[in-house]
Design a protein around this ligand. Structure first.
Ligand SMILES: [Cu+2]
Length: 508
């Protein structure tokens, strides 16, 4: 990869996360942070290799190697990276409902890590959270049954205090959960009319480094705002150009960024159908021209290119400025937002290629979703997300280590119970709230029924500044008093600095 054109954008970063009372060590000096280089994109869109595993005695076996590498992103010098079975990011794992999978995770890094299967319903010991670490040189083998409905999940490391850095280095990948035979009325030819798009922003410096290089911790401002950058990667390439089928195309978007939300739309204003959120298909496609996707969230879009001329191009953009007020409020929000949070910018460009293998006519509706009801809840919990005095918190406290977890953020939940969680955000910026192991339903947002995009199964949901969002969660699974699951903000710098809690599934 060569990209000769480098320039420094005069890019004023707001600075001013207030306060100095730190509950956890953070490097001071966020003011005047170097915004990094501007990199011209346009290289071909990479498509992660599809990995179907190997069927051994009825178990589908996947071998994943966490390894160090080097990638030239065009910053001016190569960047030291991490990847899974490669230098940056990892393969797309294809799981099939009804099968058993075995994950063999080898850690070839020089530091401990772990892999978490974000969105998957798995026993706690298989979940890959911070309580199940993989030492350097070790191989962690775990097995579980794939029981959930088809969806797009993903995997990423989850080590205590190190998740943001390790994901930023490049450890992440997509998981397709499919029926043994995918439905014929949705695009499903991988890499042709069914594409994963992993969107990440990065801040590169001219020497190829970034704020996490060399094991660094980020500056105070980047801890509070979450680490954001002005360089957009899609599937690991800077603002790439992808050739897509001249027909109906299914884009499975993962926001794999540490902190930045995107408000997706196309430069020519075309509409598309939002067909799935985190936990799979909605009850019906939602026709729209914009969709918000926050860190950790996935959305699936059907975009029709059948009417475009071969060779025509259209940019996928983020209309971030349109949602600025929904994601940032008050002085705190103004301080923690950056220029791109107020702007429209390109993520990738699609060039219309050959027609797809078959012409797809998508259904007008999908299977109904059985609704959980408030009356199903065995108990209610409050989860309050807050920021202030240079720290992030849940219920007034923080998760600072794995053993001394305050009761306010450590729950015991009997297997099989339904719970009503009220998530309140008292801060001036949005937090994508994620719960491990189970897909949940949004009961209401500030007292109103959720919009259609949030009415399906979710595992990560944006809690806007000042918002109150109520969730219904059904905790089926396997009791385990030794290994907990996590819930946390998916702004990874917030997670790493204690905006996290845990829950144990206990016997009923
Ligand atoms: Cu947060």
């Amino acid at each position: 990869m060569t990209r000769p054109t480098l320039s420094r954008r005069s890019f004023l970063q707001a600075c001013g996360a207030a306060g100095t009372a730190l509950a956890l060590p953070v490097t001071l000096g966020g003011c005047g942070t170097d915004p990094g280089v501007t990199i011209d994109g346009g290289d071909p869109l990479p498509v992660p290799p599809i990995d179907d595993g190997e069927l051994i005695a009825g178990v589908r076996v996947f071998r994943l190697d966490l390894q160090a590498g080097t990638v030239d992103f065009g910053a001016g010098a190569p960047t030291a990276t991490y990847g899974v079975n490669g230098a940056y990011l990892g393969p797309t794992l294809r799981f099939r409902r009804g099968e058993r999978v075995r994950l063999e995770v080898t850690n070839s890094l020089a530091e401990p890590s772990t892999l978490h299967w974000h969105g998957m319903h798995v026993p706690a010991a298989s979940d890959g959270g911070p309580y199940v670490m993989v030492a350097p040189g070790a191989t962690w083998v775990t097995e579980y049954d794939v029981t959930q409905r088809p969806m797009t999940a993903w995997y990423h490391p989850h080590p205590m205090h190190q998740t943001g850095r390790q994901v930023y280095m490049g450890l992440a990948g997509v998981i397709y959960v499919e029926e043994p035979t995918p439905p014929a009325d949705l695009p499903s030819t991988y890499g042709v009319d069914d594409l994963p798009l992993v969107i990440q922003d990065r801040r590169f410096f001219a020497d190829g480094t970034h704020p996490y290089s060399g094991g660094a911790t980020v500056a105070m401002h980047d801890m509070m705002a979450g680490l954001k950058g002005q360089t957009m990667l899609v599937n690991g390439a800077v603002q790439p150009r992808g050739v897509i089928a001249r027909g109906l195309v299914r884009l499975r978007v993962l926001n794999g960024s540490n902190a930045r939300a995107y408000h997706l739309g196309f430069a020519d204003g075309r509409g598309f159908r939002l067909i799935a959120s985190d936990g799979g298909l909605l009850e019906a496609p939602v026709t729209t021209s914009r969709v918000l996707v926050a860190p950790g969230e996935r959305v699936e879009l059907l975009v029709d290119f059948a009417g475009d001329a071969t060779g025509a191009t259209v940019a996928l953009q983020s209309y971030s400025g349109e949602v600025f007020g929904a994601l940032f409020t008050g002085q705190m929000g103004a301080n923690l937002a950056d220029g791109l949070d107020r702007a429209t910018f390109d993520l990738a460009t699609f060039e219309v290629g050959a027609p797809p293998p078959t012409t797809i006519v998508p259904p007008r509706s999908f299977a109904p979703i059985a609704r959980l009801a408030e009356g199903d809840a065995a108990r209610a919990r409050q989860v309050t997300l807050a920021m202030g005095m240079g720290a992030v918190s849940i219920n007034g406290t923080q998760m600072t280590d794995l053993t001394t977890v305050p009761a306010a953020i450590s729950f015991d939940i009997p297997v099989g119970d339904v719970e009503l969680w009220t998530i309140t955000n008292t801060s001036g910026m949005a937090h994508p709230f994620h719960v491990h192991h189970r897909q949940f339903q949004v009961l209401d947002v500030d007292g109103a029924a959720p919009p259609a995009a949030l009415a399906g199964w979710k595992d990560t949901v944006v809690i806007g500044p000042g918002q109150v969002v109520r969730l219904l969660l059904s905790f089926a699974g396997v009791a385990d008093r030794a290994v907990p699951y996590m819930f946390h903000c998916h702004i990874l710098e917030h997670e790493d600095h204690g905006m996290m809690g845990r829950f144990f599934l206990i016997p009923p």
